[in-house]
Design a protein around this ligand. Structure first.
Ligand code: GDP
Ligand code: MG
Length: 195
């Protein structure tokens, strides 16, 4: 399997390992920092460049409850013109990171649209909300926690790919939720009673 140092593989030549491969999708408006977040998680480095174009996916092995699973992380290009690809993109996803930009209100207002698309094309998968670019001082912070609770999401974290805040936590959390969903088939959301 051809793989660059970041771990990107093209969809044409993927040979799936025997380990469980769990598909994770990352969605949200263009420019919120999806690619940068994934890159930070995979490499530990901050990717300081212009908005990225196109979509791809990368894999990373992660240990969940003593079991090593492979996270297949799909990075969607948030541009409006590619939205018709969302059903295809969502197919088989077991978890979702829904991202908005803490510094751009419009990205928060568009969360409903992304959530609708994800829910229409997946089967009650755990979704974690992230408010990105927490390193940027901002006066008008949106209440992601409240949005997550009102919409039955599995959690909310404010992240910074620049400072590395809550990046690993985001992926660990969603991987754990995906795994427990897969092994117990219980719905997961904030406030859901857990034994
Ligand atoms: N200050 C700051 N800028 C960020 C952060 N994450 C991403 N960016 C910047 O936001 C822009 C868009 O990021 P990108 O990952 O391409 O967004 P995407 O379209 O959602 O994939 C880029 O210029 C990034 O450098 C962050 O945590 N802090
Ligand atoms: Mg991108």
């Amino acid at each position: 399997m051809e793989q660059d140092p970041v771990g990107w593989v093209s969809s044409g030549d993927v040979s799936l390992p025997r380990k469980a491969v769990l598909k994770l999708i990352v969605v949200g408006e263009g420019g919120v920092g999806k690619t940068t977040l994934i890159h930070r998680y995979l490499t530990g480095n901050y990717l300081d460049q212009r908005m990225t174009v196109g979509s791809g996916f990368a894999t990373r092995d992660i240990e969940v409850e003593g079991v090593v699973i492979t996270l297949a992380i799909w990075d969607f290009a948030g541009e409006q013109r590619f939205r018709f690809l969302m059903p295809h993109y969502c197919r088989g996803a077991l978890g979702c990171i829904l991202a908005f930009d803490l510094t751009r209100l419009t990205t928060f207002y568009h969360l409903d649209e992304w959530l609708k698309i994800v829910r229409e094309n997946t089967e009650n998968i755990p979704i974690i909300l992230v408010g990105t670019k927490a390193d940027v001082p901002s006066t008008q912070r949106q209440d992601g926690q409240q949005y997550a609770e009102l919409n039955g999401l599995a959690g909310y974290l404010e992240t910074s790919s620049k400072d590395g805040i809550n990046v690993i936590e985001t992926f660990n959390n969603i991987a754990n939720l995906m795994w427990s969903r897969l092994t117990t088939s219980e719905p997961v959301s904030i406030g859901a009673s857990t034994p």
